[in-house]
Each structure stands twice: as C-alpha cells, then as structure tokens.
Design a protein around this ligand. Structure first.
Ligand code: TA6
Length: 291
C-alpha cells in the first residue's frame, strides 16, 4: 500500500517530543530534539536498523542510550561531560521538507548558549541535516565558528547498529588501517583482518579509515553500507558481557544485538578559524544479504 509521506511531531518516551519521518516507501525514522538524537530508522521492507536500549532514560538530564548520539565538542572523557554536551542539549527544529524525489529532510540546529558557555567558553553553530530515503539515511553535521577566535573541537556520530547476533556480524573495509586501542594493552596496531568480528569487549578508533565500510549482519540476512566523507576516523565499540552489566541504562544482553560503528573527526581535532566551517557526512544504506 503506498503510504503518504509525512513529517509529524509526537509525544515520545519520557514525555519528550519526537519527530517521526515516514517515507512513501514505508521507510521510517524518529528523531528527538533532545540531542538531535536519531532513535529509530528502518528502510522500506526492513526491520529496525538502529539499536535502542530498552533501559534508556528519556529525560532532559541524560543522553539517550542507543540510536545515533551526536558527539560534540569532545569525544570520550575529558573536561566536559563525556562525549560533550550536544547529545544532552535541546536542539531547535529549523526546517523540514518533503523533497521532489520523495525523500524527507529534517534540519536541527544548536548554537552556544549560557549553559554551553558555562561549560565551554566558545561560540559555535551546529546544523544537523537528516535525510531519509527508501533504503538509506543520510546525516550531515556542520560546525561553524561564528566567533573571533579559533575553535578546536571533536565531532562524531556515535551510531548504534542493531544486529541479529554479534557472533554472526562482521565489519569489512578496515584492513590495513592503523587503530588505537582504548582497552589494554592500549597502543596502536595495524588491522590485518579483511573482516572483523567482535569476540569480546571492543573499543578502538581506526585512524584515517577508508570511506566505505560494510557491516554484514548474518542473522538478519542484511548488510549495512557505511559511506562517509570528511569524517576520517571510525570507532568500533561493543561493550560485551561485563560492561553491558555495568551500564545501568543498557540491558545485560545488549552486547549480543548491537555494534557501534562511529564516524567522526577525533584523532586530529578540528581547528576552525573565525568564520570557518566544517561539514562531515555519513550515509547508511541497507541491502538484503543472501546469507
Ligand atoms: O565510543 C566508544 C565509547 O567511548 C566507549 O568507551 C563507551 O564508553 C561508549 O563510548 C559509550 O559511552 P557513553 O558515555 O554513551 O556511555
């Protein structure tokens, strides 16, 4: 049945507002202005592609667990809240459109304010453009420096992909890339594997990684193609058993059905001159897989 394309505001979990994008093909996405957080994405004729924790808290004071957190201006631990404050800020809904090709676009914005300046004394303007197609989800994150001094920051899309079974899941495209391990023995190493399977807690950043990766989700008989521009680094994370248990907002079994393949500018932080801007793009596309 052909559906009518629709962009609607709904009351989401925890009473937070969410925007629902419904494509004529049946593809669908959900975004909370809280963090400009994509919490759901399904392509036409596919089931849910993003992992969202059933235990996630939906409140103004905490980031949503799962989906696609927007990381800015800091990745990981540091002087700011972990992964920065963008994922805990309420973004403005600046524009939406049903495009001539039937794709749906939602634009969200976040600029510095008293709360962010109290944490990080810099002017900034962020724009997050989400476009939903029949079988793909495109995300464009733009950072502009409206201030009169250089702006140094990191940025990433911390994508939680939903998989049928982590033991039947493999990521390809990183062979020959140097990675830095966030777990012991730490340090750097060269990725020798053509196809990577998580067999334990995995937490590492691949530096200047190739722009096209492929996640094979064998249990769901699907592939997710990851196509990035201007986001050189890839973070691969699975909490595995012990860390899943330690994270209160993550169900104990989460490690079996999620893998984070994150795209960003992390290893070499951005340095934007006054008036300059940067744009990073990530496209996720689903394909059926025979096995
Ligand atoms: O991206 C990987 C990572 O930095 C892991 O170390 C893990 O902490 C994950 O992010 C989740 O971070 P969060 O702050 O959302 O719990």
């Amino acid at each position: 049945m052909v559906k009518t394309p629709c962009i609607s505001l709904r009351r989401g979990r925890g009473g937070l507002t969410k925007v629902v994008l419904r494509h004529v093909s049946g593809a669908r996405a959900e975004i909370y202005p809280h963090g400009a957080h994509l919490t759901a994405w399904r392509a036409a004729y596919s089931d849910e592609c993003l992992f969202l924790s059933r235990r996630s808290v939906f409140s103004k004071n905490q980031p949503i667990r799962g989906g696609i957190p927007v990381v800015f201006p800091q990745f990981g631990d540091g002087p700011l809240p972990k992964h920065g404050f963008a994922r805990q800020s309420v973004w403005k809904l600046t524009r939406s459109a049903i495009n001539r090709n039937g794709d749906l676009t939602l634009v969200l914005g976040l600029s510095d304010n008293a709360a962010t300046r109290a944490l990080w004394p810099h002017a900034f303007e962020l724009e997050f453009v989400i476009t939903l197609g029949a079988d793909c989800l495109e995300m464009r994150l733009t950072i502009r420096n409206p201030g009169n001094k250089p702006l140094s920051c990191q940025a990433a899309l911390h994508t939680y992909l939903r998989v049928g079974d982590i033991t039947q899941t493999a990521l390809s495209g990183l062979q020959g890339t140097v990675y830095r391990d966030f777990l012991p023995p730490y340090g750097k190493a060269l990725e020798k594997r053509c196809s990577i399977k998580c067999c334990g807690e995995t937490d590492r950043v691949y530096l200047c990684a190739p722009n096209r990766l492929q996640l094979h989700d064998g249990a769901n008989r699907r592939k997710i193609l990851i196509d990035k521009q201007n986001m050189p680094d890839i973070v691969l994370w699975n909490p595995w058993i012990a860390k899943s248990r330690r994270l209160a907002d993550l169900e104990n079994s989460a490690w079996q059905n999620m893998i984070c393949v994150e795209t960003g500018r992390l290893h070499k932080p951005l340095l934007l001159r006054p008036g300059a801007s940067w744009m990073g793009r990530t496209l996720l596309k689903t394909q059926a897989a025979l096995t």
